[in-house]
Structures are given as C-alpha cells and as structure tokens.
Design a protein around this ligand. Sequence first.
Ligand SMILES: Cc1cc2nc3c(=O)[nH]c(=O)nc-3n(C[C@H](O)[C@H](O)[C@H](O)COP(=O)(O)OP(=O)(O)OC[C@H]3O[C@@H](n4cnc5c(N)ncnc54)[C@H](O)[C@@H]3O)c2cc1C
Length: 382
Amino acid sequence: MDFKLSEREELLRKSIAEFAQREIVPLVEEMEKTGEFPRSLIKKMGDIGLLGLVTSPEYGGNGMGFLARAIAIEEVSKVSGAVGLALQVHHMACWPIETWGTEEQKKKYLPRLTNGETLGACSITEPSGGSDVFGLQTTAREEGNYWIINGRKCFATNSHVADVIVTVARTGEDEKGRPAFSAFIVEPSFPGFSLGREEHKMGFRGAFTGELIYNDCKVPKENLLGKIGEGLRIGLATVNRVGRSGMASVGVGLCYASLEEASKFAKERVLYGKPISNLQAIQFMLADIFALAETARWLTYRAAWMMDQEMPCDTEMTLAKLVATENAFQCARLACDIHGGYSAIQEYPVQRYLRDAWVSIPSGGTSQVAKVVLGRHVIKNF
Ligand SMILES: Cc1cc2nc3c(=O)[nH]c(=O)nc-3n(C[C@H](O)[C@H](O)[C@H](O)COP(=O)(O)OP(=O)(O)OC[C@H]3O[C@@H](n4cnc5c(N)ncnc54)[C@H](O)[C@@H]3O)c2cc1C
C-alpha cells in the first residue's frame, strides 16, 4: 500500500492550483451574479489538459487517469465548486464515448471534447425522477437512417454550453418485460433538439443546469452509443464510476476550502484581546473540519486509484461520494459557525461553500440512494 502521490501527480496539483488562482478566481463573482458558465474558460481548460484527463492520447487526451482527475477537480473546486461540477460532468461525456464508442465516434467527438472547443454533457435525469431509472420516459424509435427521440431531460449540467451530449432513451423492453434503454450521442444542431429552461440554483452558480427537449429529434443511426439495449448499463456505469468519483472530488475541494477559510478567519478574528484560534471550542471545530476533510479525501483517492487499476469499485465510489459531499456540507457549516455573523455576508466565501455543498448532495445521486446501495453491500458481505 502506497499513500504517496507520484511526482507527476504533485506537479499536476501545483499547476492546477496556480491555474485556478489565475484563471478561475477572477471569474467567481460574475458567475455568482449571472449563474452562467464563462465560455472563455473552456479553451483554457483544454490547453492545460483538464478536459482530457480520462481520454487516451490517441484521441487528444492526456490519459492521466482517475487519481489525477480527483486531484485536479479537488484543486478547481477549492476555488469554484461550479467549475468543478462542470468539469466532472464533461468527463461523463468523454468516458462513455471512449469506452463504448465506435472508432468513428471516438475520432469525431473526443478530440473536440479535449482540445477546448466544447464541453460535454451526460443527461439521464428526467422529471419523472432521477433515482427511479426505470421511470425514464424519453423514447427513441428507428426510422430510416435515424433514431427519432422524444422526451424531456432535466438537471443536465452544461446544458446551455455543451455541444456533445450523451443521453439515454427507451428503445423497447428487456427479456423480463422491463423498459430497455439505449445510449446516444446528440449534438444540439440536430433537427428537433431544443434547450428548455435554465435553472437558477442556490449553489454551484455559474455551472449551467437545464432542460434538454427532444421533439422528434433526428439522431443519425451511427450516433447510437454501444449496442441497442445497452443504454442503462452505459448510463449507470458512467454515473457510478465517473459521476460519483467526480462529485466526491468536488466535495473534497469544498472541504479543504472550508478548512482554509476557517483557519484563516480564526487566526485573524480577535476577541477578548486574542485571536479566537486560542479558544479551545474553535480548535475543536477546526479539528472536526480537518477530520471530515481527510476522511473524504482518502476515500475519494482510494476509489479513483481502484478505477485506475481497473478493479471493481462501484461500492467504493458510492461510499466516497456519500461521505465527501455530506462532509463538505458539515465542513462548510462548521466554517460558518467559526465566522459567526460574518458567515452571512457575501464577501466571505464560506456561505458559498455551504450553498455549493448542499447542492452537491443530490448531484450524481442522493445520499439515501447511496445508502440503499451500501446497505445492500453490507448485508451481502458482513
Ligand atoms: C446541480 C445538479 C446537477 C445535476 N447534473 C446532472 C447531470 O448532469 N445529468 C443528469 O442526468 N442528472 C443530473 N442531476 C440530477 C441528479 O442526478 C438527480 O437530482 C438525483 O439523481 C435525484 O433525482 P431527483 O432530483 O429526481 O430526486 P428523486 O429521485 O425524486 O428523489 C426524491 C427523494 O426520494 C428519495 N429516494 C428516491 N429513491 C429512493 C429509494 N430507493 N430509497 C430511499 N429514498 C429514495 C431521494 O433520496 C430523495 O430524498 C443533477 C442534479 C443537480 C442538483
């Protein structure tokens, strides 16, 4: 067992941290105001390799893998959870295309997803319920050289900025009579596609979240991703392995952002003639934040490392996501406590961490659903 990051991973952390300070920090205020993703950032993220972390070099990525991705998303999320979310969902478009795509699909879509031309989206959730995958209503039927998709997706991250969308729709029934799904690669320029409402969120402001509408949308046959009927497997594997590990890393970034701000404030705020960091009650809260942050980080790194080793890791991903996003909320709550009344004032970023952490909990699957998965694991294995 080796807990030491490689020189390459340490270097990556340093360069992404510098990039985040230089390129993302100046954008945060405007993102909070408008709720819009800064398009100018996409090319810059492509140039520094953030968009191609889980894509092989032959398709334009750098293939650094999931542990490197965890470190990179953590560093980005320390300054902006919204950019962390947008980035992690972007990888949820790249990974299934490389894993299940045809050679033509990989050559067509991956270079443009990694070089900074566009962001990707992975849109599964519908108004009929995100947790209930068999309740998805969007359909796709074959007609000549096209698949015709009808339905409405909601909560799609990068909705109003992505040019490549991985989605799933019902295409029939499986042998047990349950709905069967297939996956597709959709471009917003396809006839019958339109953007629906853009949500105004309390947290992750600056990451687009919106509706995608398919009204007899004509998707060329060659844009079927994987085989007919394989959509649920593709969608769930992407959510479990890429989505959950990505949200866990966003959570870790938020945990450490809270830790740094809480410690800084405690050392600067003077009460009774001394910094409040002298008060044991404050030290206990700092210790709690530290413990929550370290727990989240190491569970997340373990799950990402297992993914890189191609080990089965769905349980570890789910555990990391549950712990990291819940801990992010607790860390932000404690950091707000330490700030007293100042936590309510917008100049102090801890209120943003609290809002972002709250929204991170359902993103990628709720904590209750994660506990259903983990509960089953415990009953089976212990
Ligand atoms: C900021 C943000 C970004 C997102 N980005 C994307 C994206 O890019 N792509 C995408 O496809 N989706 C995305 N989502 C959607 C997200 O995956 C869903 O919100 C999530 O899966 C929950 O679905 P829901 O909101 O419909 O809640 P519901 O499924 O309606 O759940 C309602 C309640 O029921 C509980 N519940 C449901 N099933 C069970 C069960 N079996 N046992 C116990 N309790 C249960 C839930 O825990 C919750 O408390 C995003 C969400 C957010 C908030």
